[in-house]
Ligand binder design. Structure first.
Ligand SMILES: C[S@@+](CC[C@H](N)C(=O)[O-])C[C@H]1O[C@@H](n2cnc3c(N)ncnc32)[C@H](O)[C@@H]1O
Length: 202
């Protein structure tokens, strides 16, 4: 297997020691995206889902700061183990529930979450519309979805994204949210580099 493919796999479904290293790197590279999520977190009482939580770093930051009910779902068994270790206290107290699962079949009832966010995962979903429909289903009316992504132009500059990544233009992501019945808005985080596509359930 080529190096680019190995690196892409450690972003799309991190596993083993390579997964611990790639997620450690992500935690340093994605600070502005994490801050954009943090800025939208209510101080208490909300049900919040991190879709594709990786090593659970952002969940840990949020749970320290605000008393909400935190949930997380990820397709990687090794990330579930890493995030559970990182958030042991919150998991044991019942403030956080982490599980394995995928964007395409979210293991939650309808109209359950006030906020669903996902940081750098949409490139790896096998079916964008199915994932968006699932998010729309689990959001409460008035609930918000935050989709944090690098721009297509920026991803195209990174050689390892040539395999395993679907690189979306912001308007494609906004249209997919609209097809799922959400009302989208696009905002730059770092001009030309990263952006937040937020979408509200009417
Ligand atoms: C690039 S990492 C981002 C991790 C974390 N969100 C962060 O920014 O630090 C992508 C994560 O999404 C997860 N993932 C990929 N495809 C997924 C899917 N279809 N459903 C749920 N999780 C998925 C991967 O296992 C991985 O943990």
């Amino acid at each position: 297997m080529g190096l680019k493919r190995i690196v892409a796999e450690q972003f799309g479904r991190p596993s083993g020691v390579g997964g611990l290293l790639s997620t450690f790197m992500m935690n340093r590279l994605n600070v502005r995206m994490y801050a954009a999520v943090e800025a939208e977190i209510a101080p208490l009482g909300q049900a919040i889902l991190d879709l594709g939580f990786g090593n659970g770093y952002l969940l840990k930051r949020l749970a320290k700061r605000a008393k909400n009910r935190y949930y997380g779902v990820d397709i990687s068994a090794d990330m579930l183990a890493a995030a559970s270790r990182a958030n042991r206290g919150a998991v044991e107290s019942g403030a956080m529930r982490l599980e394995m699962g995928s964007a395409e079949a979210l293991p939650y009832p309808d109209s359950f979450f006030d906020l669903v966010y996902t940081v750098n995962t949409v490139y790896f979903w096998p079916d964008l519309d199915l994932g968006m429909a699932e998010i729309a289903r689990v959001l409460k009316p008035g609930g918000r979805f935050l989709n944090l992504v690098y721009t297509r132009a920026y991803l195209e500059r990174l050689p390892f994204t040539s395999q395993g990544f679907t690189k979306y233009a912001d308007e494609e992501l906004a249209r997919a949210a609209a097809r799922a019945g959400l009302v989208p808005a696009v905002e730059a985080i770092q001009a030309g580099i990263s952006q937040k596509i937020s979408a509200t359930k009417p």
